[in-house]
Design a protein around this ligand. Structure first.
Ligand code: ZN
Length: 873
């Protein structure tokens, strides 16, 4: 049965202090816990604690060992009779890290001989370590003592301030950590093993001396410097932008190759998937460098938005995740190009969140119910959640938002809060009622914003009629109108912005109007000629804009808007129009307008290289599919290729080659500055376009680029062009890459991914062949994702074969994976989302595969929830 938001009750039992004594071993670890309990007098109840798969060795209450009839441990719940307010419960349990393949709770990363122990508790992993009320609204103060063999586990870490360490008999040692800040148990972490570190002293804005330490296995410690710099930048930025400083004497960050998610913000001891911490020119692309900076910042920012103020229950997950994604987006925009960051984030939202909102897995940013919380760490909670914060922040303005955040921290520091609390604090600090935005949190589905403009030549007025509509989502047919902030400008036919007059007031050239009803009209006065509206500037609300632009109007915006994001957005809309009108390979007016506008921009050489690269990239296959009711992924792929082919023709071989050579002449050492990153990005795009037009020349350039590359960005770009086109030179390059990076898991992941994304028919055979590579394993999440995830979610034309063979194949792998790691299996299964909108042949094949999977015995709650929801059972 699902858990429901409306059933929330405060905890009957909470915990004031926790003392953990952990005796670490690879096969068996023993955990002694001492909890001082508090009972809510309003809710007298038997003491119940969560505990999953724990081997209970002993239990005592208030110093007295309990008899077997005084407690019961069944179905993941420990019931203890006789506890009262102030009681002390002591338990002693054994857990088995090496046998734990779920990567939740305490587990082993790497081999038994050389690996290390670590934990992952969010959302409900702490119950796999000891008995506890495993819910985020139970905040306690932790003292953690670790004991272990010194030679096998020279490094012992837990979150909090160091509070002593020393020797024990038999070559063992101990270390203690005390965290003065009350926290929920999902923020508990420990790490133990042979690790190296780099460190730096840091002084916070409020004068605290903090040691920043990054830990990894010895062979990659040299790849941690970039992350350490990024951490320092994040800390300064949060002090400067939000007035928030770090609050412990030491901040540890640890890298592991075995991790279910990106990273985890455990208090004082962040743990990272190595993919988001290690950075080195030889193994990391430019995109990955930026991802490392972003994830380091995200996890650090959680210290205030997540840890100091945490969530009352898991329905409020977006309270910390949406807000922290937003803070990271602001930070990354400040550190890099704001326009490029916005483009990247909007593209991500459309590629991952819009399909979620449009299919059987649709759920509100604050879901009303769930079975398995791990299935709700979604693009909706994270990415759409961030867009909701962005709308509210936009409404309040920079200073108003800061005032609101200050009040939020002042009111809720040390508490477990709700989304209502958040909106109330932001609103109260600004004397504004923001409660209308709550509807955004509780309603699934992407609103469609329809816009229609009418110009009155006599009155010189321009009437903009905006209306909104949200389609039904599973189980929710009725949709309420939402407050939609629409940032807009008007352009004249020469591409000049017009001054805006609304309701008799002048507003400069850009203005936000808020549509809060189903339909509203906005009348602009003193408009000298029929304008072209630029709507939803900066993507001011997470909606789908429907506006009957002519191709010329979009081309005008694409050519003249000074703002990089808006220019890109006009280009994307024009490309959509071009795609829709490009039936069966025929050309269209829109397609002509799109490629001619781009070819002209290409020639001018006046645009930033990175922006130009983005402009030259049409929306992805998933975005095109999202607009269709009978999806044929092979056809979408072919049509998108045809568009790009025509674009390449329009630019011309000579111009492409000349630009490529000019860019290549300028890229030597893998410098990370914006200009060099931008050159590499455009160089890749130019090479991709050239490959559509003059394959031989492109392959020759690609192989030269591969051989002479001084960093991974150039090397992988070249390899990808060769592999995707199945160039004759691809095989040699792949063999070379495989050898060169044989000992580097992060680079090898890319080797799998680049091959998993060969479009169309050949992909499945390639995947099956790659599974027999000795380095392939389902046990490592990054590796499983790099092959199966890249195929099923990142290669629509390869995965959606007419014969359904890839559906059967994935279903089989999901069942195998589920037995090892249910979280990863459930995540990969979301590749089936959207199957109902496939054309009938594929739809039937997908249904069969899904039904077969659903009927298997012993599926995890994680996977069966996703499969059940996808099938709409
Ligand atoms: Zn997060």
């Amino acid at each position: 049965t699902p858990i429901r938001l409306h059933d929330y009750r405060p905890p009957a039992w909470s915990v004031e202090t926790v003392e953990l004594d952990i005796d670490l071993g690879i096969d068996a670890t023993e955990v002694s816990s001492r909890l001082t309990l508090h009972c809510d007098p309003q809710q007298p109840a038997t003491l119940r604690l969560d505990g999953e798969g724990l081997e209970l060795l002993s239990i005592s209450l208030d110093g007295r060992k309990l008899d077997t009839h005084e407690y019961r441990y069944e179905q993941s719940v420990l019931e203890v009779s006789g506890a009262r307010d102030g009681s002390v419960l002591e338990t002693h349990v054994r857990v088995r890290p090496a046998a734990n393949t779920t990567l939740e709770g305490l587990y082993l990363s790497g081999s038994r001989e050389h690996g290390f122990l670590l934990t992952q508790c969010e959302a409900e992993g702490f119950r796999r370590i000891t008995f506890f009320p495993d819910r985020p609204d139970v905040l306690a103060r932790y003292t953690v003592t670790l004991r272990a063999d010194r030679s096998r586990f020279p490094v012992l870490l837990a979150g909090g301030n160091p509070a002593g360490s020393g020797e024990l008999a038999d070559g063992r040692h101990w270390a203690r950590f005390v965290d003065p800040h009350p926290r929920p148990c999902y923020l508990f972490a420990l790490v133990a093993g042979r690790l190296e570190s780099i460190q730096r002293d840091y002084v916070t804005a409020d004068g605290r001396k903090v040691k920043l330490v990054i830990w990894s296995e010895a062979n990659v410690i040299d790849c941690c410097h970039y992350a350490l710099d990024a951490l320092e930048r994040s800390m300064r930025w949060d002090e400067h932008t939000y007035g928030r400083s770090f609050d412990l004497d030491v901040f540890h960050v640890v890298a592991t190759h075995d991790f279910n998610m990106g990273a985890m913000e455990n208090k004082g001891l962040n743990i990272f998937n190595a993919k988001y911490l290690l950075a080195d020119p030889d193994i990391s692309t430019d995109d990955e460098y930026r991802a490392v900076e972003a994830v380091v910042a995200h996890e650090y920012f959680h210290n205030w938005t997540g840890n100091r103020v945490t969530c009352r229950d898991w329905f409020q997950l977006s309270l910390k995740e949406g807000l922290t994604v937003f803070r990271e987006q602001q930070f990354s925009a400040d550190m890099n190009s704001a326009a490029l960051k916005r483009i990247e984030d909007v593209a991500l939202l459309r590629r991952t969140q819009f399909p979620e909102d449009a299919g059987p897995l649709a759920h509100p940013v604050r879901p009303a119910e769930y079975r398995e919380i791990n299935n709700f760490y979604t693009a909706t909670v994270y990415e759409k959640g961030s867009e909701l914060v962005r709308m509210v922040a936009g409404r309040l303005g920079q200073e108003g938002f800061r005032r609101g955040m200050d009040l939020y921290f002042e009111r809720h520091d040390g508490q477990a809060a709700t989304i209502e609390d958040f909106l109330a604090a932001l609103g109260d600090a600004n004397h504004i009622n923001l409660s209308s935005y709550l509807a955004w949190y509780s309603q699934a589905g992407t609103p469609r914003l329809h816009a229609k403009g009418e110009y009155d030549e006599v009155e010189h007025t321009y009437t903009l009629t905006l209306s909104q509509q949200t389609r039904p989502t599973p189980g929710h047919v009725e949709k309420a109108p939402l407050p939609i902030p629409v940032k807009l400008s008007l352009f004249d036919r020469h591409g000049q912005m017009l001054p805006l007059h609304l309701d008799g007031e002048a507003h400069g050239t850009e203005k936000v109007v808020v549509l809060s009803k189903p339909t509203q009209r906005f009348v602009f006065q003193h408009v000298p000629s029929a304008p072209v509206p630029s709507l939803l500037r900066g993507f001011s609300a997470p909606v789908v804009l429907e506006c009957d632009y002519t191709p010329d109007e979009l081309a005008l915006l694409l050519t003249h808007d000074a703002d990089g994001f808006n220019r890109w957005e006009a280009g994307q809309q024009l490309a959509m129009l071009a795609f829709d009108t490009l039936r069966d390979g025929d050309d269209s007016i829109a397609n002509k307008a799109w490629r001619q506008a781009l070819a002209a921009l290409f020639e001018q050489d006046a645009i930033d290289d990175a922006l130009l690269a983005d402009l030259l990239t049409p929306p992805g296959e998933i975005e095109f599919a999202d607009r269709q009711s009978e999806v044929d992924p092979a056809k979408i792929h072919a049509q998108r290729q045809a568009m790009q082919h025509r674009l390449a023709e329009e630019i011309g071989v000579d111009a492409l080659v000349a630009r490529y050579r000019a860019l290549a002449a300028h890229t030597g050492a893998p410098e990370l500055d914006a200009a060099n990153q931008a050159r590499r990005r455009l160089k890749r795009r130019v090479l991709e376009l050239l490959a559509l037009l003059d394959a031989e020349q492109a392959y020759a350039l690609a192989i030269r680029q591969y051989d002479s590359a001084s960093g991974m960005t150039d090397r992988l770009a070249a390899l990808s062009v060769l592999v995707r086109h199945r160039a004759p030179q691809a095989a040699t390059a792949l063999v070379h890459f495989r050898k060169r990076y044989a000992d580097n898991p992060l680079a090898l992941d890319k080797w799998f991914t680049v091959q998993a994304q060969v479009p169309g028919e050949p992909a499945l055979a390639i995947i099956k062949h790659l599974e027999s590579d000795p380095s392939f394993t389902l046990k490592n999440p990054n590796r499983a994702r790099s092959l199966l995830g890249a195929f099923a979610s990142g290669n629509p034309s390869g995965f959606h074969r007419m014969d359904g063979a890839a559906y059967q194949f994935l279903a089989e792998r999901l069942a195998q994976l589920d037995a090892l790691n249910p979280q990863i299996a459930a995540r990969l299964a979301t590749a089936f989302n959207g199957w109902q909108r496939l054309e009938p042949v594929r739809r039937n094949a997908a249904r069969q595969a899904l039904e077969g999977l659903a009927q298997r015995e012993g599926l995890s709650p994680n996977l069966s929830e996703i499969v059940g929801n996808v099938l709409q059972r």
